[in-house]
Write a protein of this length. Sequence first.
Length: 69
Amino acid sequence: MRILINAPDTECARVAMSFAQDFIAKRKDEDGDVWGYQTPGFSGHVKLTKAGSFSASCHREPINISEAA
């Protein structure tokens, strides 16, 4: 099983891997199936490719300055 992770840093890559593990555990066997994920501070998606591998990405959510203060 091959998982391609697309993330800007190590922490985001760990979150993307977590998304991929959840997707693999719960997915249906359909090519092109895509699931979106959102956790506090991160969002991303996981896709099952036609070649049978998985593609997971993670992006940091923008920080609201008024909430951060």
